[in-house]
Ligand binder design. Structure first.
Ligand SMILES: [Fe+2]
Ligand SMILES: [Fe+2]
Length: 368
């Protein structure tokens, strides 16, 4: 769909570009809204090409954002708000209601997160094109099946939300006052059961809409998965920002990255509202995080601000920070985490090869 960039000359509003983009099935379309008079807006502000490293970092981020968009689109079709800003799907009332147990505005937040991701990859791809670099297009890997539940579009997907192994150790990582993953520390999961199997985060078909606690377990899984995804972006941008060269690329990373943190903060709050229950169909347990053996500073659900912890060296005072932010191997680390999450179950060897190459090139980038 990159050819849209050069051909489009008409529409100008952001909403119309989103509509145009997503109307083709959420595929990698770049709409016209970023441009005026047929000229890339960036060409006026900046000239000159990208360094190899800056291009590689932007290309990996574009790929990550395309993958994020694909998974958020699936959540939105069933549990968000389907409108002209984020079209596709017609919603599953039962699933949407189960998500709303976590917060009455879950559908709005899912919608807004989805729209944000779409703009992230669309912007980065448009910027790459404006700088004469290749944008990222993963359309040929849209081969995974959609949910068969009423409300989902039946189209090929990049990601799989039906066999997730969700790592919820971000929960305790951000509550620890003495540990930091950049020091090699590890953290216990908030929901141990989610690491011990493969669980759907969206209804796979209409049979998943009952019994009630099964559907709620699916919504709870989604609630914790939302935060897992967005804490990843929260770390990825500052980790890669340390190795960009051009100040404008740094500005892009420093401007998009914190929106991932805004998402994460919201989802962390909502995950704490997931009701304690046991899924009667598979035994998956969502514990009461405010009661023993959980509870206390490491689990209490209203402790949603990051606790201060060690940073750079133990000789410094503790500080409230994003964690991890180690830059070495950050792109490959993100790819591995998404793979371990189960998002790519069913993807082809070529998909993994392309993603690995993008991550390796981003991790080879050096400041200056
Ligand atoms: Fe994003
Ligand atoms: Fe995100």
């Amino acid at each position: 769909m990159e050819h849209n960039v050069k051909q489009s000359k008409s529409t100008t509003s952001r909403r119309s570009f989103l509509r145009g983009g997503l109307a083709v099935g959420g595929a990698g379309a770049i709409g016209a809204g970023l441009f005026s008079n047929g000229l890339p807006a960036f060409a006026e502000a900046e000239s000159g090409g990208l360094t190899k490293g800056d291009a590689a970092i932007l290309r990996f981020l574009s790929a990550a954002e395309i993958l994020e968009t694909d998974l958020w689109q699936q959540y939105n079709e069933l549990g968000g708000i389907q409108d002209s800003e984020v079209p596709g799907g017609s919603g599953s009332k039962a699933y949407t209601d189960a998500l709303k147990v976590l917060d009455g505005d879950m559908d709005q937040y899912i919608h807004d997160n989805t729209e944000d991701e779409f703009t992230h990859f669309t912007f980065i791809n448009a910027y790459l094109v404006a700088k004469g670099a290749d944008p990222v297009n993963l359309d040929k890997f849209r081969t995974l099946p959609s949910s068969k539940a009423t409300g989902a579009q039946n189209i090929g997907r990049l990601t799989n939300l039906m066999r997730l192994t969700v790592d919820t150790s971000w929960w305790t990582r951000y509550r620890s006052r003495t540990k930091n993953p950049d020091f090699g520390d590890t953290f216990p999961p908030a929901v141990p059961g989610l690491l011990k199997g493969q669980f759907p985060a969206i209804p796979r078909n209409d049979n998943d809409l009952s019994p009630k606690d099964h559907l709620q377990a699916i919504a709870n899984t989604a609630g914790f998965h939302f935060a897992f995804i967005e804490q990843g972006g929260t770390s990825l941008y500052p980790s890669l920002a340390q190795r960009v060269t051009h100040p404008q690329i740094l500005r892009i990373l420093l401007s998009i990255g914190p929106t991932e943190t805004q998402h994460f903060q919201t989802w962390q709050d909502k995950a704490g509202n997931a009701p304690a229950l046991t899924d009667p169909t598979n035994g998956l347990v969502f514990p009461d995080l405010n009661a023993p053996p959980f509870g206390g500073e490491d689990f209490q659900t209203n402790l949603i601000m990051p606790e201060p912890t060690i940073f750079l060296s133990r000789k410094f005072p503790v500080v409230s920070i994003i964690r991890p932010t180690e830059t070495r191997g950050a792109a490959m680390g993100a790819l591995k985490a998404l793979t371990a999450d189960g998002l790519f179950i069913g993807q082809s060897p070529e998909f993994f090869k392309v993603l690995r190459e993008l991550a390796e090139q981003a991790d080879a980038a050096r400041h200056g």
